[in-house]
Design a protein. Structure first.
Length: 445
């Protein structure tokens, strides 16, 4: 018997004790059968069979106390019937509560199972997505590196082309400037020579005899240098009489050196005139003239015309014009090369810049794709970790709830078994009292 029920029985007994104190000595009150102490002693032996643990002992003591206090068998019977009804009601309440608990627990279990399944499905989905994202991310990262290398190579090519063009353009520009300067210089030389020739011819015309003068009035042949003074044909000036080397200080700067294929009018001119000078036996004069020519070809040619007649000067002019024509041809060719070089440079740089633009655009697209893939990678990692945590928590809660349900079911079974046993004891007590009541009634009659 449970403790609250025992307390309730004791309160009932104490509350009714003063009421039955005076009626114990009377045999019947209101038709109820009263029992004596001998009857109670008669009931002890069969009621002692109820003593089977705490509940049986408490119930036995309560029945005896009730009988001794009231002497009324009906009161004890009603007490037992009320106790039976209370136990049955408690069992019904316990069954209902346990059924509700089981329903709620199973619903919660199902919820945890559903959460765990959803979480593990999402973990698997994230794992599958990562299997696709990671290789794509690696490939895109390699493509980004390749594009960056291509962009660096294109920029290097553009720089190399620009540097090469600048170097070639500078060389070509200097050569064209030198050719133009040389052509202008030859024009100046020719103008000087023509002025000298004109002056010489005018002087010769003034010195010439009048028309009809005898031939004997012509300048005698003796005015020419004696034949014995002329060097033999093909003879070269002695080594000591060679023109001195040009003064390095008088040479143009290194950056302004004429190109290899540019015609050098002054040295060629004077080399061609060496034999002419030899004819007039002026080798020392030639040496001095060569030194002057190294510094100022115009002055040298002007000086030369004083030693040459008009016929030789005209031959020099003709030679200079031939050199000038060659220079003009070279100048036109170099200008054409310069134009072509500029066009080729512009085409090359334009193509490289277009390639650079294409590579830059491709690189930008790849970098954007790589950024997206990295973001997706991070999101899938977080999703997988989050859902794995939900799965672990759900399975742990599921396990805890299952353990709780099993524990509650076992406890409920034990309580139900205990309550069933208590009901069995109460019913047995009621049966005993009914049997003994009949026996007592029969004996009293």
């Amino acid at each position: 018997m449970t403790k609250p029920l025992i307390v309730w029985v004791l309160l009932v007994l104490l509350g009714t004790q003063h009421f039955v104190e005076g009626v114990r000595l009377r045999g019947r009150i209101g038709g109820k059968m009263m029992i004596t102490k001998s009857d109670i002693m008669y009931l002890r032996d069969p009621l002692s069979q109820l003593s089977d643990g705490d509940f049986g002992d408490d119930l036995f003591n309560s029945i005896i106390l009730q009988l001794e206090s009231t002497g009324d068998m009906d009161v004890a019977m009603k007490m037992l019937e009320q106790l039976k009804a209370d136990l049955e009601n408690q069992q019904w309440q316990a069954d209902k509560e346990h059924a509700d608990f089981e329903a709620t627990t199973k619903a919660n279990l199902q919820d945890f199972i559903s959460k765990a399944k959803t979480a593990i499905d999402r973990v698997e989905e994230a794992r599958v997505s990562l299997k696709q994202i990671v290789p794509d991310e690696t490939a895109t990262s390699n493509q980004v590196k390749t594009s960056q290398d291509q962009l660096t190579a294109v920029e290097k090519d553009i720089q190399q082309v620009s540097d090469s063009y600048e170097e070639q353009s500078t060389t070509l520009r200097l050569r064209i400037a030198e050719e133009e300067r040389t052509i202008e210089l030859i024009d100046t030389i020719i103008a000087q020579l023509e002025e000298r020739i004109k002056a010489q011819e005018e002087a010769e015309a003034a010195d010439a005899p009048a028309d009809g003068a005898p031939a004997g009035d012509q300048p005698p042949a003796g005015d020419q240098p004696p034949a014995g003074d002329q060097p033999p044909a093909g003879a070269q000036p002695p080594a000591g009489d060679q023109p001195p080397a040009a003064d390095p200080a008088a040479q143009p700067p290194a950056g302004e050196q004429p190109p290899a294929n540019a015609t050098q009018p002054a040295p060629t001119l004077f080399a061609d005139m060496e034999s002419r000078l030899a004819e007039i036996n002026k080798l020392q004069y030639f040496k001095d003239l060569a030194e002057i020519a190294a510094l100022n070809p115009v002055m040298a040619l002007a000086e030369l015309t004083t030693a040459l007649n008009a016929k030789v000067a005209r031959r020099i002019i003709q030679k200079l014009r031939e050199i000038q024509d060659l220079l003009r041809q070279a100048l036109e060719k170099d200008k054409a090369v310069k134009v072509r070089s500029e066009e080729l440079y512009e085409q090359t740089v334009s193509r490289l810049n277009q390639l650079k633009t294409d590579v830059s655009l491709s690189l930008e697209i790849l970098q954007s794709k790589l950024k997206t893939l990295k973001r997706q990678h991070t999101e899938e990692d977080l999703a997988m970790a989050s859902n794995q945590k939900i799965y672990d928590q759900s399975t742990a809660s599921q396990k805890s709830l299952e353990d709780l349900l099993i524990a509650r079911q076992n406890s409920f079974k034990d309580a139900r078994a205990t309550r069933a046993k208590e009901l069995e004891i109460v019913e047995k007590a009621i049966q005993i009292l009914r049997v003994k009541e009949s026996d007592i009634k029969a004996n009293k009659n």
